[in-house]
Design a binder for this molecule. Structure first.
Ligand code: PEP
Length: 250
């Protein structure tokens, strides 16, 4: 269960949030990952460390983005080793807002996946179709292309260290959640793409998350689907009561 806070919460608000969801996270039989804005990473990592000790699954921290180089003259960017140093074990890559507003392409996603692995971070790779692409029956073509480009030329062992998130663009921040049937059908297709490239064992063990307008009211129906292994939550993860309810559902 991942909280993607986007450009929300100061360090103080973030730490307060962790304290409020810690009991639900400690009792949960799932991994709970918080993705705060860069300036709050260290504070969240410190807060999470205490909570993780009370649960085998516990809490972990993710960056929302990274640069594909380990260091260099890239003003305003943050690298994989810096995220790892700040306490991250994970990093979100290729979120549709990065693709839409910041020029992220399938090529940069691919480079970032490799950079994350080199820094020993687990990449959480986002793929998803737009409403227009779905209306034109292009969903599978688009997703297959995004999948194959992201993991192009990768060894199976590296692929096994990755997490995939199906995030239909039409569902993100719109209140228009995918039905459990749509999420399941599409995620089954993504698992099929993984099988084609990396074989059945790697595809069966792949974690595929669903993201897009997940709330406490709809999370259960989604998580009941066999190919929905967790959720990536934006807006509904900002409120600790709501996020704790989703952790409990998980
Ligand atoms: C997201 O940003 O990844 C997301 C799923 O947002 P929301 O839950 O607000 O649709």
């Amino acid at each position: 269960m991942i909280a993607n806070w986007k450009m929300h919460k100061t360090s103080r608000e973030a730490v307060d949030f962790i304290a409020r969801i810690a009991p639900a996270a400690a009792a949960a039989r799932c991994l709970v990952i918080i993705a705060p804005a860069f300036p709050s990473l260290a504070a969240v990592a410190a807060a999470v460390q205490g909570s993780a000790e009370t649960s085998a699954h516990g809490l972990a921290v993710a960056g929302q983005n990274l640069h594909w180089e380990a260091e260099g003259a890239f003003t305003g960017e943050v690298s994989g080793p810096m995220l790892a140093d700040a306490g991250c074990g994970y990093v979100i890559i290729g979120h549709s807002e990065r693709r839409q507003y910041f020029g992220e392409t399938d090529e940069t996603v691919h480079r970032k996946v490799r950079a994350a692995l080199a820094a020993k971070l687990t990449p959480i790779v986002c793929v998803g179709e737009t409403q227009a692409q779905r209306d034109e029956n292009e969903t599978e073509i688009v997703l297959r292309y995004q999948f194959e480009r992201a993991f192009w030329g990768m060894e199976e062992a590296d692929f096994r260290s990755c997490v995939l998130a199906y995030e239909p663009v039409w569902a993100i921040g719109t209140g228009k959640v995918a039905t459990p049937d749509i999420a399941e059908g599409t995620q089954r297709f993504l698992r099929h793409c993984a099988r084609n490239v990396f074989g059945s064992e790697a595809s069966e063990s792949l974690t595929i998350l669903y993201g897009g307008s997940v709330t406490p009211a709809n999370v259960r129906g989604l998580l009941e689907q066999p190919d929905v292994d967790g959720a990536l939550v934006g807006s509904a993860s900002l409120d600790p009561t709501s996020f704790a309810a989703m952790i409990r559902a998980c």
